[in-house]
Design a protein around this ligand. Structure first.
Ligand code: IMP
Ligand code: MG
Length: 180
């Protein structure tokens, strides 16, 4: 893997390798498969960031399931903004379905807090959240994911689907901001 990645004005250094991510994803896939055996869960992947994790996580699950995609935005540059907008919504009835949301990262928790509250109105059988990353030090909303890949410090990360102003999603490993 390249040692440093330069995106726009910032430099990032290696943080979590593709191998570590794969190992953890397979573990979570097994947990979800055991928990939802016989339930035909509906995965909801949050675009754009979760597209890579979602592709790997659903393939780590060996039970019949469906997947839907929605697009939310709350982030601009390095900062989460106060409003969550739905850019692409759900096109499927989720009443009585077991939902497993797939997210790349929970930062303040604002995005998931809004989305989970929206989902509850639609009367699913259950809602679980699988997030690859969480920054416990940045949480401002009461979000408790059932499945967490890695707890990380409050530092900006890119790669494996995560971007800095549009760039960096394509790297197989995760990088974090290099201080000075
Ligand atoms: P929250 O609403 O503050 O929890 O932010 C969640 C969303 O912000 C995620 O879905 C990501 O798209 C984005 N985000 C949060 N932290 C980072 C980061 O370190 N790198 C890239 N995107 C991030
Ligand atoms: Mg996201």
């Amino acid at each position: 893997m390249p040692t440093l990645v330069k995106l726009h004005d910032l430099t990032f250094k290696p943080f979590i390798s593709a191998t570590e991510i794969e190992k953890r994803t397979i573990e979570i896939g097994k947990e979800i498969s055991n928990k939802f055996a016989g339930e035909k869960p509906l995965f909801i992947a949050i675009l754009n960031g979760a597209f890579v994790f979602a592709a790997d996580l659903v393939r780590a699950c060996n039970i019949p399931s469906e997947i839907a995609f929605i697009k939310l935005t709350s982030y601009h540059g390095l900062e989460s903004s106060g409003t969550v907008k739905t850019i692409i919504g759900l096109d499927i009835n989720i009443e009585n379905r077991h939902i497993v949301i797939i997210e790349d990262i929970v930062d303040s928790g604002r995005t998931m807090h809004h989305f989970i509250n929206d989902l509850k109105q639609k009367k699913p059988a259950s809602i679980s959240l699988a997030t690859l990353l969480i920054k416990p030090g940045a949480l401002q909303f009461p979000i408790k994911p059932e499945y967490i890949g890695f707890e990380i410090p409050t530092k900006f990360v890119i790669g494996y689907g995560l971007d800095y102003d549009g760039l960096g999603r394509n790297y197989a490993d995760i990088y974090h901001l290099k201080e000075n």
